[in-house]
Design a protein around this ligand. Structure first.
Ligand SMILES: *Cc1c(COP(=O)(O)O)cnc(C)c1O
Length: 490
């Protein structure tokens, strides 16, 4: 859309034009100041656009079309698993018996919903190799914090409150050190070696009697499988620490490998990533946490349990870390995830991971001649490439990301993980066709060629979007978050 076609609703305003037509007043008119106390009244009427109903309709419809989502285009945002959200999930979430239950209804009336949640817990325990699962946490970061609070409670119960440090690799998602800090621990960094994996010698150096846990993503945030995971588990466990698995993106391991079998004690999953909950607009999410038996008495209460054929909430959990979310998690997202798991089945889930890994490797190998590949082994569900070569030509990774917008793609994650220079982190997911992968790869190859032949095309991108290149510094320092006539630049 060209800027001049944009719906500038304030500029279209004509005095006394209205967007409604009401019948004549047939009751006595009231003075608003009699019904609304003066302190709640503005001194002057707000400056609102005066437009017709059709104009306002077009305004909002035009705005809605400016969103990019999985349903509108390819979205290879690494570490976010922007896969297709099957619409059957939505149909099930709208079944009145599921959609209209109330959290205060007596449990006898909501046995079906409880059963659904119980089955979901059981499925997730099986998928991850854990003994018990809570559905309470509302997001990945919330799950991390919940898991770490349980680890803390565990050490305290063992009289080991001096275990105050949580080890986190330098390639980890930013939420890991943040959650450790919020849970009252000190985050300690362990380095990544030249193969993109945790440096075991450094791990041995930083581990000690004050180690509470190691938080790990596997495959890690570079998209690489930590092949020495059992050795790492041994190092941490023999020092008395616990292993925390960040399973936000489990797209590479479904039906193939289980954190529980790798030696992990606590795991969280992002149902809004791996299990097709729609996300990207800030929620709602769901970050269930699974634990091994040793930690299950610390799970947030209440716990959903099965008594014979009936389901109920067990509040009698004296060692629980307490409730972490009102009611029992984001139920609607849990319904969608359960629908997904049941429609896929065990074989289908395994295929998800096989295709996710295949797609990522295909894309990585086709891009390899055109961009720098910092780690050359096969990747899992995602991979990183570096724009180092393009940077020498004056084209930064940020420019490449902006240029991709011209092709109608959401750019990959950039400048993350922090340990790779000019990083681009690409996660195609299993739901994309080979044609889509090829089209994206071709766009990337074209951009690499432009960087060599006509760098300004990339440096000045995007050229075809409603809004062009923003001043990044100004946008961060003085963000304009609300439309103001005076500052409108489009
Ligand atoms: C997305 C993500 C998280 C955080 O999940 P939220 O639901 O956004 O809080 C944590 N770790 C990894 C590896 C992730 O990709």
């Amino acid at each position: 859309m060209k800027a001049n076609q944009m719906s500038l609703i304030f500029e279209r305003s004509k005095q006394d034009r209205v967007g409604h037509s009401l019948p004549e007043l047939d009751i006595p008119e009231t003075d608003v100041s009699e019904v609304i106390p003066a302190e709640f009244m503005r001194e002057e009427a707000p400056d609102l656009p005066e437009v017709s109903e059709l104009q306002i309709m077009r305004h909002y419809t035009a705005l809605s079309k400016r969103n990019h989502g999985v349903d509108s285009g390819f979205y290879p945002l690494g570490s976010c698993t922007m896969k297709y959200n099957p619409k059957i999930n939505e149909d099930v979430a709208r079944i009145p018996g599921l959609a209209h239950v109330h959290p205060y209804q007596p449990v006898e009336q909501v046995q079906g919903s409880l059963r659904l949640m119980y089955n979901l817990q059981t499925s997730l325990a099986e998928i991850t190799g854990m003994d018990e699962v809570t559905l309470q946490p509302a997001a990945g970061a919330h799950g991390e914090w919940t898991g770490l609070m349980m680890i803390r409670a565990y050490h305290e119960a063992n009289g080991e409150a001096e275990r105050t440090k949580v080890i986190v690799p330098d390639s980890a998602h930013g939420t890991n050190p943040a959650s450790a800090t919020v849970a009252g621990f000190e985050a300690v960094t362990v380095k990544t070696n030249e193969h993109g994996l945790v440096d075991l010698d450094h791990l041995r150096e930083v581990v000690g009697e004050d180690t509470a846990a190691l938080m790990l993503t596997n495959p890690n945030t570079l998209g690489l499988f930590e092949t020495h995971i059992q050795e790492m588990a041994e190092i941490i466990h023999s020092a008395g620490g616990k292993l925390y698995y960040d399973g936000a993106n489990s797209n590479a391991i479904l039906g193939i490998a289980r954190p529980g079998d790798m030696g992990f004690d606590v795991v969280h999953l992002n149902l809004h990533k791996t299990f097709t909950g729609p996300h990207g607009g800030g929620g709602p999410g769901s970050g269930p946490v699974g634990v091994k038996k040793e930690l299950s008495r610390f799970l947030p209460k209440p716990i959903l349990v099965k008594d014979g054929e009936a389901f109920r909430f067990d509040h009698d959990r004296p060692d629980s870390i307490g409730r972490v979310k009102p009611y029992y998690g984001n139920y609607g997202i849990n319904v969608r995830a359960y629908t997904y798991i049941r429609t896929m089945g065990p074989e289908g889930l395994r295929q998800v991971s096989e295709f996710a890994v295949l797609n990522a490797n295909y894309m990585m190998r086709r891009l390899e001649p055109h961009f720098d590949l910092p780690y050359t082994q096969h990747c899992q569900h995602e991979f990183v490439i570096s724009g180092k070569r393009q940077k020498k030509l004056g084209v930064r990774t940020l420019d490449v990301a902006k240029r991709l917008l011209d092709f109608g793609y959401h750019p990959p994650t950039i400048y993350f993980p922090l340990n790779v220079e000019e990083c681009m982190m690409i996660e195609p997911t299993e739901t994309e066709s080979k044609e889509t992968l090829d089209e994206f790869i071709d766009a990337m190859i074209q951009i690499a060629r432009e960087a060599e032949e006509e760098p300004e095309v990339v440096q000045e991108a995007p050229h075809h979007t409603v809004i062009g290149r923003l001043d990044e510094t100004l946008a961060a320092r003085k963000p304009v978050l609300r439309y103001q006539k005076e500052t409108a630049t489009v």
